[in-house]
Design a protein around this ligand. Structure first.
Ligand code: ZN
Length: 289
């Protein structure tokens, strides 16, 4: 125990790390080397922790629970697509730890029996004049709050009633108020989806997080279309029990993908019929995420 060395193991590499002797500590949700001198685990030696407040981050921005739809022109290019997997693991750990391992919207922790997990969510500001999508804050949300946030996806998953009820429980909205709020969010989504946005990830650049250059604004919608085509091809080729088709997706499929960031033994993502519907739905410009 005294020689334990924490590791930064991306979810996709956990099987290999485990085979080489890494162990999982469920209490802190992190892999570790059980003793010093395990050279095979050196590739996952821990990187310095990311500070609890990102430079320029506004932790008051976008507080509470609300429907927060990502414009279709922004799909597939987000924080996770621009950072190294080990850096994503560092970010995810910081986000959940600084939140006290509680959802920042409803205050609840993880519950395996309830299939409720803690997930990272990006809060964006949209400068409509400059046409810039600006990362303002990273927030820790539970599965239920995250589902309500992505109400468009909740609808195609058949979860909108539960998501709306959760939205009402957490915010105190009446059902009619929630409906009006959702309609307003969808209207805003349609307006924003008509714009091609540049991406501003400046709050990450001074933390030692390595960023791949985000695509230019004029490339993003084309990239979204390309990634969608690739994902559909994988979906049709993959055997029914495979979870691999979920891996490359991030923005429109928040729950299972974000859970992959925990680096640990999380439940196998759901896929199949509803995922196929996601792909169909993503190509429909009338539908938000
Ligand atoms: Zn919550």
């Amino acid at each position: 125990m005294a020689d334990r060395l924490w590791l930064d193991v991306p979810y996709a590499e956990k099987g290999r790390a485990k085979a080489l002797g890494a162990r999982w500590d469920p209490s802190v949700k992190r892999w570790y080397a059980p003793r010093a001198g395990m050279a095979a685990l050196a590739p996952w030696a821990p990187l310095p922790d990311i500070p609890d407040l990102l430079p320029g981050e506004d932790r008051t921005f976008g507080s509470g629970l609300f429907v927060d739809l990502v414009p279709s022109s922004c799909w597939f290019t987000n924080v996770r697509s621009c950072v190294d997997q080990r850096d994503w693991e560092r970010l995810r750990r910081m986000i959940t730890n600084r939140a006290g391992r509680r959802c920042e919207a409803c205050g609840r922790g993880e519950d395996r029996d309830e299939q409720r997990w803690l997930e990272a969510h990006e809060r964006w500001d949209y400068d409509q004049t400059a046409r810039v999508q600006i990362l303002k804050r990273l927030v820790c949300l539970c599965t239920d709050c995250h589902t309500a946030t992505h109400m468009g996806l909740a609808q195609i998953q058949g979860k909108s009633s539960r998501a709306t009820a959760h939205l009402c429980d957490v915010t105190g909205m009446t059902t009619s108020q929630a409906r009006a709020h959702i309609d307003s969010a969808f209207s805003l989504w349609r307006t924003r989806s008509a714009i091609k946005w540049s991406l501003d990830l400046n709050i990450l650049t001074k933390t030692g997080v390595t960023l791949a250059p985000p695509p230019e604004w004029h490339e993003r919608s084309g990239l979204a279309s390309q990634r969608l085509t690739e994902a559909r091809a994988r979906e049709s080729d993959a055997p029914p029990s495979s979870a691999s088709a979920m891996t490359p997706l991030s923005p429109p499929v928040p729950d299972p993908v974000m859970r992959q960031g925990t680096g640990g033994p999380t439940p196998k993502p759901r896929r199949s019929k509803w995922l196929s519907k996601v792909y169909d739905w993503l190509e429909d410009p009338r539908q938000p995420s």
